[in-house]
Write a protein that binds this ligand. Structure first.
Ligand code: LLP
Length: 412
């Protein structure tokens, strides 16, 4: 559920007409709904009530400082994947003891930064990384808190590019090598074993893969305890899907019900790392129709947003609903909705049925809050879009539109 709804013929962001926001801030424009974000965080909070847990929001989904600050204020921590994301999380006031750090390619500079900041734990993805963290922590006279990210070889049944939990993927330590790596970690003087981590993929629409993966992690926890290794944190990653079209992903409470059953009677603190299910449906991308180009073959609706603003349709073949910001009850056409970039892959929808738009009309690309702005780029030297947060009848610019000057900042 989100708060981008039609009131009569007009699309609203909470209590403000989207048209008004587009006029004030220009297009392409990302609009977020604070009430929707709060609702999603609350849904997780409510779902996992009674289980000791930390919600570590996956910063990669949307790393805008205002969004991080809002989520942090609600008590959440952060899951980061780079020094840059750690920097953002700290800047937004998220406490380091609520930050976990995953990723297969952490550099020395990044490891030092995280050790200095005092994060909750590194989610370590190889024995090589484990040894490197041990070496760096030794130099800094610190003990590095770690969890090992294991790869449970479970099919998340999602798009191959966003599936991460199979043996063939580059992520995590293979299950059969987990024990030897924990034994290694125990021997390393500057390492403190804190937990265990997995993340099997994204946009998962069933509870089953989560259950299966968690079960296999718990078997490992038991095996480790036989070797005298005590695990305190069990981090089940993120990955819960959202409805883009007709998917019916489980509600956090359905996920929590099964997770709670599995964790019952165990002295473990659960970590969850949702990204998309917090911010995905809490954001839209508003774009203006520039031209309706008609060829013998096709209708092209050319808009002022491009794949540099939202790359998901072309990168994953992802479906995003596209609606007119004002309904006119004109006749429907079948069209490709495309951007101005010099790539045939620059599209938001192909052969989509849509009420025939006119030049200057606004379209809203729905469910664009996650992996939208955060994956945007300056390709074709296009300044990145502005971002606005709406709360009730107030709108706040949370990121200025980039200027041409911004494009060349840092160039010599
Ligand atoms: N934790 C880890 C270690 C992750 O790698 C990810 C996402 C998450 C948590 C959050 O997953 P979520 O709850 O958002 O599904 N760009 C792709 C998604 C890539 C996801 C990468 N990892 C997309 O646009 O669909």
């Amino acid at each position: 559920m989100h708060y981008f709804q039609f009131k009569g013929k007009e699309l609203f962001a909470e209590d403000i007409p989207v048209k008004k926001l587009a006029k004030e801030f220009g297009t392409p424009l990302y609009i977020y709904s604070q009430k929707t974000i709060e609702r999603h965080v609350d849904a997780y909070r409510e779902a996992f009530k009674g289980t000791r847990h930390i919600l570590c929001y996956a910063v990669k989904a949307n790393s805008n400082l205002s969004i991080l600050r809002l989520i942090g204020k609600m008590g959440a921590g952060a899951d980061v994947i780079s020094g840059g994301e750690l920097f953002r999380a700290l800047k937004a006031g998220i406490r380091p003891e609520r930050i976990v750090y995953a990723g297969i390619g952490k550099t020395e500079t990044e490891i030092r930064y995280a050790l200095k900041a005092g994060i909750l734990m590194f989610n370590v993805e190889s024995s090589e990384e484990l040894k490197e963290i041990n070496r760096i922590a030794g130099m800094m006279k610190k003990k590095a808190p770690v969890a090992l990210r294991v790869n449970p070889d479970i099919d998340a049944k999602t798009h191959p590019y966003i599936s991460t939990g199979l043996k063939k993927h580059k992520f995590g330590i293979p299950m059969e090598e987990a024990l030897e790596n924990y034994l290694l970690a125990r021997e390393l003087k500057n390492i403190e074993i804190k937990g265990i981590h997995k993340h099997i993929g994204s946009q998962i629409t069933e509870v089953r893969p989560f259950q299966d993966a968690l079960k296999s992690l718990l078997l490992l926890v038991d095996e480790l305890s036989l070797h005298g290794i005590r695990i305190k944190y069990i981090d089940m990653g993120g990955g819960l899907g959202i409805p883009y079209k007709d998917e019916e992903p489980p509600h956090p409470s359905e996920l929590a019900r099964e997770v709670k059953k599995l964790l019952k009677g165990r002295n473990l603190t659960l970590i969850i790392e949702p990204g998309r299910s917090i911010i995905g449906n809490a954001g839209i991308l508003v774009t203006k129709v520039l031209y309706h180009k008609r060829t013998k073959e096709k209708n092209f609706i050319i808009v002022d947003a491009g794949m540099n603003d939202l790359i998901r349709p072309t990168l994953y073949g992802a479906y995003h609903e596209i609606v007119p910001v004002e309904r006119h009850e004109r006749s429907k056409i079948i069209a490709d909705i495309v951007g101005p970039i010099c790539e045939s892959g620059d599209f938001f929808a192909k052969d989509r049925e849509i009420e025939e738009p006119e030049q200057g009309d606004l379209l809203a690309i729905m469910s664009a809050g996650a992996y939208g702005f955060s994956m945007s780029s300056n390709y074709n030297s296009r300044p990145r879009a502005a971002e606005v947060m709406v709360k009730g009848n107030r709108a706040i610019l949370v990121r200025k539109r980039e200027t041409y000057k911004d494009l060349i900042r840092g160039e010599i």
